[in-house]
Design a protein. Structure first.
Length: 372
């Protein structure tokens, strides 16, 4: 194998692929990237056995072939080379060493057999649909904060994607919950997505996908099988195993009798919660909301830091209510609301509250109350 490639193009592709590779691996080949040169392209693959990223980048290939190379070492070398330089990558037949050179710099890296590199890609994808990158970013951004980190309930350690109905409208929906808060976000159902199965996409996959979407606005083709999901956009393909589990009936967690509705300026509320939470107990992070008439009083206290009180105007004509929330959770949810006003739907101080954008019903957030 022998090729020459632009350093800037190579470092971008390596940044995408090497991030999947774990720093500590008990299986040596998983610390490596698979390089495949053919025609006028270099294809670079990385996997951790659960996720696989394959990206193709233009290159001048003088001898086709394939090799493996240590992922993080190769990335560190290339990113330290001069901007705009040309990089030559070569592997002699039957050699255990790959050569990386540019100008007066020359590196020799040990490589493992190509035959050891695992593949998780699959051709058994039975359902496919396409959506805009901006739409997928929106689905992820507005829900991913609520994914669980608790390993015992592994089926919550990801984002649930499925076709659903919002009233009489068919939608593509993402759901995430950790048992303390729940996010449910809808978009119009793309063509071809009506029959997709409900799938749980792992947290790491969601994180990697969202990072990659930052740099590419190409339409995203989503393919699903019973055990895998694949996202294709630009010159990149991300394939991931799905979480094998049953997602809970999240609709049961969304209260139906929260008839006390108040509206509040989103940015003012977020800023007030942030200020008052400064003195909240590090253990509970509880902040109390007392609503009476057109005023909400936010309070927090701790033995170590003291206390804080702040008043903020609201639109409300229901009975007085006192309810406590985890300040960080409340900030996470309110931070997803782009509209000028957010709406809180509350039953009483002991029941979950619903938070949503007053002008956009596509996102619904449920937050469990806390008691001091």
């Amino acid at each position: 194998m022998k090729l020459v490639i632009d350093r800037n193009a190579l470092v971008k592709t390596l940044a995408h692929t090497q991030s999947v590779v774990e720093r500590r691996n008990t299986i040596p080949i998983l610390s490596n990237l698979l390089l495949q040169a053919d025609g006028q392209n270099l294809s670079i693959s990385a996997t951790d056995m659960d996720i696989q990223i394959i990206e193709t980048v233009p290159a001048t290939v003088s001898k086709s072939g394939s090799a493996t190379a240590p992922a993080h070492t190769l990335y560190d070398i290339v990113r330290k080379l001069p901007d705009g330089s040309q990089v030559e990558i070569a592997l002699a037949a039957n050699s255990p060493v790959i050569t990386v050179s540019s100008g007066r710099s020359n590196f020799k890296l040990g490589c493992l057999p190509v035959s050891d590199f695992p593949q998780i890609a699959s051709n058994d994808f039975t359902r496919k649909f396409t959506l805009a990158a901006s739409e997928l970013r929106n689905l992820i951004d507005r829900a991913r904060f609520a994914m669980s980190m608790e390993e015992t309930r592994y089926y919550l350690n990801g984002m649930y994607l499925h076709a659903a109905r919002a009233g009489n409208v068919a939608v593509l929906r993402t759901v995430a919950t950790d048992g303390h808060r729940l996010a449910r976000v809808d978009m119009p159902l793309p063509e071809g997505a009506a029959e997709i199965p409900g799938v749980i996409i792992p947290r790491k996959t969601v994180t990697e996908l969202r990072r990659l979407l930052d740099e590419d606005n190409s339409p995203v083709e989503v393919s699903l099988s019973d055990t895998k999901v694949q996202f294709k956009f630009g010159n990149l393909r991300l394939t991931s195993k799905l979480i094998d589990g049953k997602y809970p009936d999240y609709e049961k967690a969304i209260p139906q009798a929260n008839d006390n509705i108040l509206e509040i300026n989103t940015r003012a509320f977020l800023a007030a919660v942030d200020r008052v939470s400064t003195v909240a107990s590090d253990k509970t992070r509880i902040i109390k909301c007392n609503v009476d008439g057109q005023t909400m009083v936010l309070t927090a206290s701790s033995a170590e830091s003291g206390s804080a009180v702040e008043e903020i105007e609201v639109r409300y004509d229901g009975p007085p209510i006192e309810i406590g929330f985890n300040a960080r959770y409340l900030q996470d949810i309110t931070g997803q609301i782009d509209g000028e006003a957010c709406q809180l739907r509350i039953s009483d101080g002991s029941q979950p509250a619903i938070v949503q954008d007053a002008s956009d019903a596509s996102g619904i957030y449920v937050l469990m109350p806390m008691r001091a």
